[in-house]
Design a protein around this ligand. Sequence first.
Ligand SMILES: [Zn+2]
Length: 272
Amino acid sequence: MEVNIGLGFLISALIAAAGYKKRALTPGGFWGAVLIGTLIISFGGWLWFALMLVFFVSSSLLTRYRREEKKTAGQKFAKGGPRDFIQTLANGGLGAVLAVLSSIFSSPLWFGAYVGAMATVNADTWATELGILSRRLPRLIINGAQVPPGTSGGITRVGFLASVSASLLIGMAAVTGLLIKTAALHSHLWIAGAALISGTLGGLLDSLLGATGQVMYYCEKCREETEAPVHSCGRHALQIRGKNWLNNDGVNLISSVFGAGLGALLAIFWAG
Ligand SMILES: [Zn+2]
């Protein structure tokens, strides 16, 4: 291993502390980010870590972008804003596992899987944070019905374009990183294609699961649907659809596993 664990810990802690200070992370989210960052730097290396940073920085900035408008538009969000321990694991835990595996079994499939997972979580976050600002009402991915902003499974053109851009950004960052190692553009371009396909399809799966399997509640007092079992007003909400074990974090995790699987397949196909 080229990178030592102590240095990985130190750098992750510094960046997570900045995230905590900017209110992008809760105290639990801080420790989740430190754990994931340390594993990714130590086992994946700098390029892996840089891609995680692209996700973390861009999604934190977008979360804060026009935050006041989102507060009124997005009451349905179970947890907008700062990410907690479970959310950091749902977003980055798979990446950390892939980093560890890549240090044990040498193959391009791990990097493909990692890029696919990062593209998917980035796509989902960008689509959520920018889609909610859309002037047009979202349409449910399964039947095209108009739904209020912030509804899981609702998609907008803005949100879809955001998810495509988010996937491409991860892909271009990966190509840039590989170019720094070896200047052979033609042999690295596949990873941009893998990111674009995995992130876009992973983001669509996220919406599909959000519209079908994800648990949804209804607050009788505010007459509002919500993703949280306890509504923001403090009242326990009634479950109206979905599986009670599948919340937004679960949907994100399943989608990123799917994105990773696609990325791995494309890596075997194009780079293996
Ligand atoms: Zn309520």
